[in-house]
Design a protein around this ligand. Structure first.
Ligand SMILES: Cc1cc2nc3c(=O)[nH]c(=O)nc-3n(C[C@H](O)[C@H](O)[C@H](O)COP(=O)(O)O)c2cc1C
Length: 197
């Protein structure tokens, strides 16, 4: 796929099909992630890859059962939430693979400056690369940012040491026939400020 098509076609998917995913694609996606810039050049990211059905199912149940607002959506954000909230669990169970980026970050939640967030920030660069790589391979990704409580349960399950953070749970698979993509909100070019705000 052309680079710009990859960028423009990448969407978050919250319903996956049953089609199998080649593990080589998962390796390629992680490799693409690791080419992201890293704040200290050390590339200190770990990834837990999960394809075991039981483990996926338990992880999906670690996630709270978010429900949709029954009211008619008043804006694109509410439209997205109405579709996304009830699928936070099911999209994890349906994805053929989960990738959990895991980073050691004791001070993240006490951060008072950009500098203390740099490792967290470079992990999001990794996540961005992985999403684009998945699109390039014809795959799609879901993402769920876990609460601290959800994260704690997942750490117990995967036997992770304390002092680590999971910035998001990434689901990977082929999109389901009924996958819905909320209308994209166009970026307002007036938000590009030249020379001064
Ligand atoms: C930092 C961040 C956190 C997000 N957290 C979630 C999440 O917890 N659950 C979810 O379904 N989508 C999550 N999303 C996906 C956004 O809802 C999605 O990117 C947005 O609606 C735009 O849709 P698109 O990515 O398909 O263009 C998150 C996105 C970002 C960048």
């Amino acid at each position: 796929m052309e680079f710009n098509d990859v960028i423009k076609n990448r969407r978050i998917t919250r319903e996956f099909s049953n089609k199998e995913v080649d593990y080589k694609d998962i390796e390629a996606i992680i490799e693409a992630g690791t080419f992201a810039p890293s704040n200290n050049y050390l590339r200190q990211w770990d990834f837990v890859v999960i394809d075991d059905e039981t483990t996926k199912s338990i992880i999906s149940k670690c996630v709270a059962n978010y429900s949709a607002n029954p009211n008619e959506p008043r804006n694109p954000y509410e439209d997205m939430c109405k579709y996304a909230f009830p699928r936070q669990r099911s999209m994890i169970g349906e994805a053929k693979y989960l990738i959990l980026p895991v980073i050691g970050e004791n001070n993240l939640f006490k951060a008072t400056s950009n500098f203390q967030l740099m490792h967290y920030a470079d992990t999001w660069c990794v996540i961005g690369n992985m999403f684009l790589s998945a699109t390039d391979l014809g795959l799609e990704c879901s993402m769920h940012v876990p609460s601290r409580e959800e994260e704690k349960q997942i750490f117990n399950l995967i036997k992770c040491k304390s002092g680590y953070v999971i910035p998001c749970i990434i689901g990977i698979g082929y999109p389901g026939d009924n996958a819905y993509y909320p209308k994209e909100v166009e970026f307002d070019k007036n938000r590009i400020h030249k020379n001064r705000w």
